[in-house]
Design a protein around this ligand. Structure first.
Ligand SMILES: Nc1ncnc2c1ncn2[C@@H]1O[C@H](COP(=O)(O)OP(=O)(O)O)[C@@H](O)[C@H]1O
Ligand SMILES: [Mg+2]
Length: 249
């Protein structure tokens, strides 16, 4: 059922039954997101209070605990972003479309994840070839999709390695690639990884790639995964260009 939904979601010619299922699924997602949001904001407030309480502590204890609180806050923000994403998926009328510079998307994602990459001794390398045409897209959604890919890459590399983010002109549009030096993807999983809830991780939720795919599909694009011959995986998002954009660029 979920597999069927995942495959039909985002495609243009939905059958009536599939459309009905999609709407039901959207409502469930929206409901779930709202339910999660309340305890999340309560957690956020308490983290803020904790930070204030830290002021009373001795310097040594303060440093140690402040680092922990930082991690908690970072994760809370990530959860909040996921919930936000679900709310948007649940209400597809919400996308905020502007002319987006993929270089900025890549820059932002690198800024957000560089501390985590540095902790793991993983190089995060952006490659931006020439002047890229702007794409008409929801910038936050593209950032979310790219974050999901790079987070997976960090987890696949785990420790010591390289993640390269590339944006370049491609036939009919723009390509955004995330390539890593990690474990690569088992051949028998290549089809399944985009299905909702498919995960090979003990603590995975199996939603990252599915969400990325939904976002890309909503932009009329495609997302593909492959293994790199020397080891590691590469994910390529292709976004189509509007005619009038490709004429300038
Ligand atoms: N860069 C990658 N290298 C190797 N495997 C990957 C990579 N990205 C995704 N995968 C595989 O795809 C699965 C699904 O990814 P995702 O939907 O993000 O869920 P999760 O990260 O929670 O497992 C992962 O569990 C993993 O097996
Ligand atoms: Mg993931």
């Amino acid at each position: 059922m979920e597999t069927i939904l995942a495959k039909t979601l985002g495609q243009e010619n939905l059958s009536a039954a599939a459309e009905e299922r999609r709407q039901l699924f959207s409502r469930l997602l929206g409901r779930l997101a709202h339910e999660i949001r309340n305890p999340l904001s309560s957690l956020d407030i308490h983290v803020q209070l904790l930070e204030e309480d830290l002021g009373d502590l001795a310097p040594q204890a303060k440093v140690k605990l402040a680092a922990r609180v930082d991690v908690i806050r970072g994760e809370l923000h990530r959860l909040d972003a996921i919930v936000e994403q679900f709310l948007r998926l649940a209400d597809p009328s919400a996308p905020n479309v502007t002319a987006v510079d993929l270089a900025k998307v890549i820059g932002h994602v690198c800024d957000v994840l560089r501390p985590e990459a540095a902790n793991r001794k993983i190089e995060l390398i952006p490659h931006l070839s020439g002047r890229l045409p702007l794409v008409e897209a929801d910038s936050d959604q593209l950032i979310q999709a790219t974050l999901n890919l790079v987070i997976n890459a960090l987890q696949a590399v785990d420790h010591c390695g390289r993640i390269e983010l590339r944006a370049c002109r491609a036939k009919g549009g723009v390509d955004l690639e995330v390539q890593d030096t990690g474990t690569g993807i088992a051949a028998e999983h290549l089809e399944a990884i985009f299905e909702p809830y498919f995960t090979t991780k003990v603590e995975g939720n199996g939603l990252g790639l599915w969400i990325a795919q939904q976002i890309v599909a909503a932009h009329g694009g495609t997302i593909r995964a492959a293994n790199v011959p020397g080891g590691g995986a590469v994910f390529r998002i292709h976004l189509p260009m509007r005619q009038r954009n490709s004429a300038h660029g």
